[in-house]
Design a protein around this ligand. Structure first.
Ligand code: 2BA
Length: 111
């Protein structure tokens, strides 16, 4: 039976509920505290080793538990231009519900 690795990046606000959902559905996952490269604020990455047949079910649970939200970020002031009258206004960024990768797994062992 082929194993896949799901890597799912979700917002911190959704992560505890998603952990509970994984436990309830007998999905084994490792939760990592991560940082988004763009917003440079915390998010949560789940690593899930799972049988290929169950990948779609896991993706449906992730989709259901993850919500898109608007965040505001203040862009850095460009120091190349004159500072006169330059104010960095917060910019609205929509952060997605979940960013998900599904990878093949060459070998999966438990010792
Ligand atoms: P962040 O890198 O902090 O990005 C947060 C949100 O900012 C993104 O939401 C997107 O709406 C926006 N954003 C990111 N880069 C941008 C850029 N160069 N210009 C304009 N807006 C930009 P999502 O796309 O939903 O991504 C949420 C989080 O998922 C990301 O947090 C990052 O941690 C991860 N992620 C997204 N795409 C990825 C990828 N291709 N590879 C690895 N991680 C990814």
């Amino acid at each position: 039976m082929a194993t896949k690795l799901i890597i799912a990046i979700v917002q911190d606000k959704d992560s505890n509920r998603l952990s509970d959902i994984f436990v309830d559905n007998n999905i084994r996952a490792t939760k990592l505290s991560t940082t988004g490269g763009f917003l440079q604020s915390g998010n949560t990455t789940f690593m899930i080793g799972i049988e290929e047949e169950r990948v779609d079910d896991a993706l449906a649970l992730i989709k259901d538990a993850s919500h898109a939200r608007d965040e505001f970020m203040t862009p850095p002031v460009n120091m190349d231009v004159s500072m006169e009258g330059t104010t960095a206004f917060p910019v609205k960024v929509q952060v997605g519900g979940a960013t998900v990768f599904v990878l093949p797994v060459d070998k999966f062992t438990h010792f």
